[in-house]
Structures are given as structure tokens and as C-alpha cells.
Write a protein that binds this ligand. Structure first.
Ligand SMILES: O=C(O)C(=O)C[C@]1(C(=O)O)C=C[C@@H](O)C=C1
Length: 304
């Protein structure tokens, strides 16, 4: 059975994503996202599932930067998962919400709830830990302390905590995109995906030769005249000096034999450097409301 590394401990959003994407795999939790990626490189696990992008907070830079600068692991799959953040406390503290002193969570989860804390708990200190699951575990282990965690419903159940405020993320349509990272030339280690497939994508990292006017326009033309739809373009620092950036581009197209190799050849002819980060199938876990809407639509289909 294939092994999947993920950001643990129990009850993280990444664990939810692993359970949604794979059917039969052995799960191996790691304390940090980096450790789960390093474990693929060192062959401790076959693949890792890591968060890459959130609808409210944008890219998970710690994942992206480790992938670009430290671990050249191909992206082999994607799953988009609905994210609902809740404020959890120990049952002994449930009646003392106003006295809450510190709220722990993963920095990306805290960033999704800034408005909530500013408006409802302005005095509380927000403290970063390695994951939402680690935050829930800390609250469970310290029943006498006026502390809380931002985490999900699964964590509330697994750690015996109370959801004192639900849906505390600042914008309603909150989703996180997770990607599967594999080892190069090891397609046989890829476990099967069970979540519904929504399409295919190719992700490219492109750096421009020099800064000249119209350079990005030329890059984008290589996609546009081939009618290749881009779903994301983002620039990140190359970490070689101020003003030096590369681009990450997601294309809604697989690595075919004509169009995508044509793009790469054209960009290389412009002296751009191109790294293909992966070409992969995309999957999604419908949110509870989406599933209810679908059921409702099925029930209300007019009889012909
Ligand atoms: O801490 C967790 O539960 C995670 O899985 C990490 C993570 C992230 O890094 O974005 C995943 C999904 C949510 O967006 C918040 C946190």
C-alpha cells in the first residue's frame, strides 16, 4: 500500500484532504509541511499532500518556496477542499469566552479569520503553531488555561473540544487547493484518486532573461494565440536580489504532444527559463451546501 505524508497531527485540513483524495493509503503525519515534503525526497513516503493555495489568503508560500528552491518534486495531482474555520475551546472554558487570552492556529488559518478576531476578540493574542490540529491538541492538553484554537469540526470531535463560534473565516467561499508531490520517474508509487475529477492542469515556473518592456506580454502571447486558458499567474521573488521575480503559471491543459511543447520551445527561444512543475489531474471535494444544492436540484428536475 502506498504511503502518504501529510501535515499532522490528527484533525488537520490536510488530513481531511488526504481522506477525500485517496481511498486505500497508509497515512504518515509530519509536524511541518517541509518535513512531509522532505520525506518524499528521502523516500520515507511515496507521496506527500501539501496545501498550496487558499481562496482568502492566497498562496501557501512555505510550500511554494520549498518546492521551488529546495525540493524539486513533480506535482502529480490536485484536490480542492472547502474550508470552514471554527473557534474551539476546552469544555471547561466554554462559558468564559470573553476571558480568552490566546488563540492558537496555523498562520494561514489565522490569516483567514482576521476580521473575526478584530471585531469579536480584539484583546486576544493570536499565536502561530505548526497546524490547526496542533492548536487543537494544545487546547485539549491545557484545560485550565484561557486558550482557544482555530481549527475544523473534525479536530473538535477528535480532541473533545467545543465549537464556541462557527464559520469564523472572513469570506464565505473559502477553499484550499492541495497538491500531491511525488518523486521524479516514480509513477508506479502514485496511489489511485477517488475524489471526483474536475479537469487537468499543467503548472510552469518561468523566469524572464532580463527586465525589458513587453517581456511578460510576450510570455502570455505564447499561451493566448494557442487558446490555452490560464487559471493562475503569480510572481514570487527569486531570492537573488530585490526586483528579481519568477512567474508561476497554471494552464488548464495537460502536457500534450503539440501545444504545450510548442509553448515551452517558444519561451526558451525568447531566452526564458521554463521548469515544468507538473501536469496532473484535478479533483474536488464538494462542500456540504454544494452537495445539498445538487440533491435539491435532482429532486426538483421537472418530469418530461
Ligand atoms: O493546519 C492545517 O490544518 C493545515 O492543513 C494547513 C493549512 C494551510 O497551510 O493552508 C491548510 C488549510 C487551511 O487553509 C489552513 C491551514
Amino acid at each position: 500500500m502506498a504511503t502518504v505524508g501529510y501535515l499532522g497531527p490528527q484533525g488537520t485540513f490536510t488530513e481531511l484532504a488526504v481522506d477525500a483524495l485517496f481511498s486505500e493509503v497508509e497515512k504518515q503525519p509530519f509536524t511541518t509541511i517541509h518535513e512531509s515534503m522532505d520525506a518524499v525526497a528521502s523516500e520515507e513516503v511515496d507521496v506527500a499532500l501539501v496545501p498550496l493555495e487558499n481562496a482568502i489568503e492566497g498562496s501557501v508560500n512555505m510550500t511554494l518556496d520549498h518546492l521551488i528552491h529546495k525540493r524539486d518534486l513533480p506535482i502529480a495531482g490536485e484536490i480542492i477542499v472547502p474550508i470552514e474555520q471554527h473557534l474551539l475551546v476546552h469544555p471547561d472554558q466554554a462559558e468564559r469566552l470573553a476571558e480568552l487570552e490566546t488563540v492558537y492556529s496555523h498562520p494561514h488559518a489565522i490569516a483567514q479569520c482576521h476580521d473575526f478576531f478584530r471585531e469579536e476578540l480584539p484583546e486576544a493574542t493570536l499565536a502561530s503553531v505548526d497546524s490547526t490540529g496542533a492548536a487543537a491538541a494544545k487546547v485539549a492538553e491545557n484545560p485550565d488555561e484561557p486558550i482557544g484554537a482555530v481549527a475544523n469540526e473534525l479536530a473538535a470531535k477528535q480532541y473533545g473540544l467545543v465549537q464556541v463560534k462557527t464559520q469564523i473565516h472572513d469570506y464565505e467561499k473559502n477553499h484550499t487547493r492541495f497538491v500531491v508531490l511525488a518523486r521524479k520517474n516514480h509513477p508506479e508509487t502514485l496511489p489511485a484518486y477517488q475524489a471526483p475529477k474536475t479537469g487537468v492542469k499543467t503548472t510552469l515556473m518561468i523566469s524572464l532573461p532580463t527586465d525589458y518592456s513587453g517581456a511578460l506580454h510576450q510570455v502570455l502571447s505564447a499561451f493566448s494565440w494557442r487558446r490555452l486558458n490560464l487559471s493562475k499567474i503569480e510572481s514570487r521573488p527569486m531570492k537573488t536580489g530585490l526586483g528579481n521575480y519568477f512567474f508561476i503559471i497554471d494552464v488548464n491543459h495537460g502536457m500534450d504532444e503539440v501545444l504545450m511543447p510548442g509553448v515551452v520551445a517558444e519561451l526558451e527561444a525568447l531566452n526564458c527559463s521554463v521548469r515544468i512543475l507538473g501536469s496532473y489531474s484535478c479533483h474536488a471535494l464538494p462542500s456540504r451546501t454544494e452537495t445539498e444544492d445538487e440533491k435539491h436540484a435532482e429532486k426538483t428536475v421537472p418530469e418530461s
